[in-house]
Ligand binder design. Sequence first.
Ligand code: ADP
Length: 500
Amino acid sequence: MVNNYLKKIKEFYHQYLSFRSLRVRIFLIVLAVGIIPSVAMRYGIVRNYEQRAVELRTVAVQSQLKIIADHLINEDYFNTNRSEVINAELEMLSNLYDGRVQIISGNLRIIKDTYGISEGKTIISEEVIKCFMGESLSNYDAQNGYIEMTIPIIDNQNVSAEGTGGTTATGPDPRVKGVMLTSISTDYITETMSILSRKAMILEALMIMAIVAIALILSIVLTRPFERVTKAIGEVKAGYSNESISVPDLAETEHIVEAFNQLLQRMKVLDDSRQEFVSNVSHELKTPLTSMKVLADSLLVQEDVSVELYQEFMEDIVSEIDRENRIITDLLTLVKMDKKASAMNIVSLNINDMTELILKRLRPLARKKDVEVVFESVRSVTAEVDEVKMTLVMSNLVENAIKYNKEHGWVKVVLDADHQYFTFEVSDSGIGIPEDSLAQIYERFYRVDKSHSREIGGTGLGLAITKNAVLMHRGSITVTSTEGEGSTFLVKIPLNYIAG
Ligand code: ADP
């Protein structure tokens, strides 16, 4: 019970939460692609506004200050008594921009302060001194909420000969009669910025909600075809359907489905061939049994059967038993090879000696049919092979060459090698194989002439075993044949076994 829940939680995690899930990835990517620019945009807009607003304000105030500076010179503010008109102008400016204006004379004394608190005092600051050198400066202090600017008051007509109050290495500009030091509040900008920022944040929240919804919908919609594929495959797996599936929603799912259908097709072919094999096996195993039953029955129904007849029938029954035995042995050999895991027992062997031994074993059979067996060894060959399987290959080919030969015929075995492969060629002067049968001779239980093969003790499994054994050595087998003249089988095997 608990285990079940754990399993479900795990499944849910893998499907909906794990980063390995395509759905989660799509969701996160859409989310990132949507949210990052919107946050950056909000930040950019607010910052840009601030910069622009400060710039505009600075320019506006500076131009006003320049006008007043000209008035100061025209009214000879530094030498005569303070002009009321100018004072009023200064007041108006400081009221308008919520700021403070201080006018500093050549000896660094504050001669006017719109706040009225610093008049008469001396001021020494870097900005003021720089300004006496003719430079207009402005500085925005965002933290404390003000812009500070300094404007030189320049008199182009009466350039005084002696220096002014500023003492620097380069020296003050003689045209500069004084400096206007102004600071204006940026509360208005800050306030606008916070309103703007609040509005942008609301907009951003709405956008994020929309992006989350879009990401969620996209992640579900885009991965749905894959769920459909899994479901369709699940149905085949469960056995509800055996037909090809189709999920044409996406090119990718179409590819997966195509590959799956091909696999299904291959499985069907394998299943068909397995069924055919089973029915062939049953049939082949039944044939000797049927013959035995017929022989035994006919002995039973007859009365006074002579001993000679008994003996004759018994001999037939024994040969049928031998046949059955051969089929079962061959089948077992084949099944063992089919198990791909069946380990190859690779050893380094002298193939010439191996061939001699096989030919020695088969010579009695050849003698019976008066077939001459010749062995031509072009060179001495040592190769890495599985001894049992390679013996099967060679003896099956030579045995067939003898079995399907004519009286007084010949069989020639040629062994050769290059630096990579060795070749084992078996030619005979036998009955040959019809062209349309050449492709089928390696099939299990296939025989060109069933009754003839059976007569001479064939099971139809020899070449199937041979081909399997050759392939397990990563070799190849080819055949050329002319009906009535003979056949040549050529086996090519790597000298060094290629594992894997
Ligand atoms: P079998 O046990 O019947 O010999 P094989 O698998 O060894 O089965 O061979 C399959 C069929 O191929 C044989 O029945 C025979 O018709 C044909 N065949 C094999 N080798 C030769 C050959 N050297 N000459 C002519 N026919 C052959």
